[in-house]
Design a protein around this ligand. Structure first.
Ligand SMILES: N[C@@H](CCC(=O)N[C@@H](CS)C(=O)NCC(=O)O)C(=O)O
Length: 349
C-alpha cells in the first residue's frame, strides 16, 4: 500500500538544530529528495506542540497522517532514511543495485561513526573550537537567551559534551590517529571527487549526506579542522557547501558508477575506511560482545583505547545483515572491490 504513494501528501516536520551534524545530514537529504518538510528548532514552542521523540536524539522526524496532522515520530537518521525510501519513490538515496547499495551503507556508516569522531574530537579537545561551539550553540536553541543565560548554558553544554568525549574515543592515545585520518580523508576525497562528484557517481547517496553532515562542522564551522580542510582541499569545502542544497540536481538511475569498474580513487577511499574506521568498529563490537569495560585494539597499527560504545556495535550488525542478504553475484562484486582494503574484515564473521 505504502509503496504506491509517490510522495508525501503533506509536509513532515524535521526537529533538530543547525549545529547538529545529524540534523544537517537529514535536512539536506530531505531537500535532495524533494520531500516537503517544515524545519522546527528543537526546544521551541512549535516543537512542544509535536509528539515527543522516541529516543533522546536529534534530529527526529514527525510524519503526517492522511489528514496532514502529526502522526508517526521517527528517530535515528539511518532508519529514517530507510523508512522514507519505502514511503517515497522518486529520487531515492539508496542505489537499487545491491552491490552499490552495500557501499552506500558503508560510507553512510563511516560518516556517522568515524567522521563524527573527528568532529567531536576536534571540537571538544581544542580550546578555541570548544569556545566557539559552546558560545553560539545555546542561542541556536533559544535566540532570546539573556547573555547571562547564554553563558550559563555555554558552560553546562561544554561540560556535558566534554564528559562524553570518552565514549566517542578521543583521548591522548587516540587523538593523533583521529587527526591523521582527517588529513588523509581530505586528500583522498579531493582526488576522488575530481573523478566523480559524489562518492558513488554523478549523484549523491546516503553516504554523501552522512559525510556532509559531519563535514558541515569539520570543514566550515570549527576553526581547527576547518584550517586543515582549507589547506588540504578547498574542493572539499566547496563540496560541503554545495551539498547543503542539491534539490536542483537532476538525477537518473544511470548516474551511479559502475561498481564492477570503479575509479581507483574509490578503492583508495575504501582503504582509508579499512585503516581506521574498520578496526575501530571491530574492536568496539568485540568489547561490547564480551561485556568488557574497555575497548583495547589496534587502529592504523597503533594502540586504541576507549570506553565500549553500544551504538556502533549495532551499526556493524546492520552492515553485516545487509552483506549477508546480498545475492551471490553482488556479493562477488563487493568482495572483489573490498579485497585488500581492510574493510573486508568487517564481514569476516
Ligand atoms: N545515530 C543517530 C545519532 C544522532 C545523534 O547522536 N545526535 C546528537 C546530536 S548531533 C544527539 O542528539 N545527542 C544527544 C543530545 O544532544 O541530546 C542519528 O543518526 O540520528
Amino acid at each position: 500500500m505504502m509503496n504506491n504513494q509517490p510522495v508525501l501528501e503533506h509536509p513532515a516536520w524535521l526537529v533538530g538544530v543547525g549545529g547538529s551534524p545529524y540534523t544537517r545530514k537529514l535536512r539536506s537529504a530531505l531537500r535532495f529528495r524533494r520531500i516537503p518538510y517544515h524545519f522546527v528548532v528543537s526546544g521551541s514552542k512549535e516543537a512542544s506542540l509535536l509528539p515527543d521523540r522516541p529516543l533522546p536524539l536529534l534530529p527526529y522526524l514527525v510524519l503526517p497522517g492522511q489528514d496532514g496532522e502529526p502522526s508517526t515520530v521517527l528517530s535515528d537518521t539511518t532508519p529514517i532514511i530507510d523508512h522514507l525510501e519505502e514511503r517515497v519513490r522518486p529520487r531515492r538515496l539508496r542505489p537499487a543495485d545491491p552491490a552499490l547499495r552495500l557501499f552506500d551503507l558503508l560510507f553512510e556508516d563511516y560518516g556517522d561513526e568515524w567522521l563524527s569522531k573527528c568532529m567531536f574530537h576536534y571540537r571538544w579537545a581544542n580550546a578555541p573550537d570548544t569556545r566557539k561551539a559552546s558560545s553560539y550553540i545555546p542561542y541556536g536553541v533559544n535566540i532570546q537567551l539573556t547573555p547571562q543565560e547564554g553563558q550559563q548554558f555555554e558552560a553546562l553544554f561544554a561540560q556535558r559534551q566534554i564528559s562524553r568525549i570518552g565514549v566517542v574515543g578521543s583521548n591522548a592515545t587516540t587523538a593523533p590517529i583521529i587527526e591523521a585520518s582527517w588529513h588523509r580523508w581530505l586528500q583522498l576525497f579531493d582526488r576522488h571527487i575530481q573523478n566523480t562528484p559524489y562518492v558513488l557517481g554523478a549523484r549523491p547517496g546516503a553516504g554523501d549526506f552522512a559525510c556532509y553532515g559531519q563535514m558541515t562542522q569539520l570543514v566550515i564551522t570549527d576553526p581547527t579542522p576547518g584550517r586543515v580542510a582549507l589547506k588540504e582541499s578547498p574542493r572539499a569545502y566547496a563540496w560541503t557547501e554545495r551539498l547543503e542544497d542539491v534539490s536542483g540536481l537532476e538525477v537518473s538511475d544511470t548516474d551511479w558508477l559502475d561498481i564492477a569498474n570503479p575509479p581507483d580513487t574509490l578503492k583508495d577511499l575504501l582503504r582509508e575506511l579499512g585503516r581506521a574506521y574498520a578496526p575501530f568498529m571491530l574492536g568496539n563490537a568485540a568489547a561490547v560482545a564480551q561485556g568488557a569495560d574497555k575497548v583495547e585494539c589496534e587502529v592504523d597499527g597503533k594502540p586504541w583505547v576507549q570506553e565500549p560504545f553500544v551504538y556502533p556495535a549495532k551499526c556493524l550488525r546492520w552492515l553485516r545483515e545487509a552483506y549477508r542478504a546480498l545475492p551471490v553475484e553482488a556479493k562477488n562484486k563487493v568482495d572483489n572491490l573490498l579485497s585488500g582494503t581492510g574493510c573486508e574484515r568487517l564481514f569476516d564473521e
